[in-house]
Design a protein around this ligand. Structure first.
Ligand SMILES: [Zn+2]
Length: 233
């Protein structure tokens, strides 16, 4: 075993010769190398389609263990950058994990909202809440409950597809904020929650009639969950 530990640059690269020999015989450097590989795997798995990744959870644990080991020669720099990367991973996970819906469905919902929200020709039907609910019967196979909610105006409605399924999209407005309400009879979800997608807040609750309904916009999460619940009465 050579007489010095590997530098951060050396330990991250392709090991050959003396470096490889050193890692084989030095437990500290072997651990630093595997921790770094874990970081790269964790960051790579934070793609759009990924659920909160197990690799990133492991990464957090590794970073916490490593940050407690201050005796390392070159390890301090690695531990610091590892901890910074793990913090980024934790923030990304937290932003995603408040919702019972999949990340890909959240993205679809937010993108549909952004596509239609300022398009005045987006509505295929307009009327009172009860008229809109009846209008959806042919495409949903049922009349969704759509209660009048105080200080919420119904601007219009259109048929829409999410995850390959027919859903109802209702355009509503509250205090100058335009929101999109999605009624999704065949999307099941457990519990209520909110998450961010495409810089929009997406909140959802299980629909008492079955399926899920989601509200997209820029109001506070608590307010959006309250509006969702009131819309099902
Ligand atoms: Zn070493």
């Amino acid at each position: 075993m050579s007489d010095r530990h590997l530098s951060p640059e050396e330990i991250e690269g392709d090991l050959a010769g003396a470096g490889a020999d050193h890692v084989r015989t030095c437990a500290a450097c072997a651990q630093r190398r595997s921790a770094l590989q874990l970081v790269h795997a964790g960051i790579a798995s934070l793609g759009r389609e990924a659920p909160p990744p197990a690799a990133a959870v492991a990464l957090l644990g590794a970073a916490q263990r490593i940050s407690r080991r201050r005796a390392w020669l070159a390890g301090g720099v690695v531990a610091l950058s590892l901890f910074a990367l793990a913090t980024v991973a934790a923030v990304l996970m937290a932003r995603r994990s408040g919702s019972p819906l999949s990340v890909s469905l959240l993205d679809e919902i937010a993108l549909d909202h952004l596509h239609y929200v300022h398009l005045d020709s987006a509505s295929q039907f307009s009327g009172r809440a009860s008229d809109i609910a009846t209008w959806f019967r042919p495409t949903l196979g049922r009349v969704p409950r759509l209660a009048d909610v105080e200080a919420l105006s119904f601007r219009g409605a259109r048929n829409c597809r999410l995850a390959g399924q027919r859903v109802a999209l209702v355009f509503v407005e509250r205090a100058g904020h335009r929101l999109s309400l999605f009624v999704m009879p065949r999307v099941s979800s457990r519990g209520a929650g909110c998450a961010e997608s495409q810089r929009m807040r997406v909140c959802s609750i299980p629909d008492p009639q079955g399926g899920t309904r989601a509200l997209v916009g820029d109001l506070a999460a608590r307010e959006m969950l309250r509006l969702l619940a009131e819309s099902t009465r």
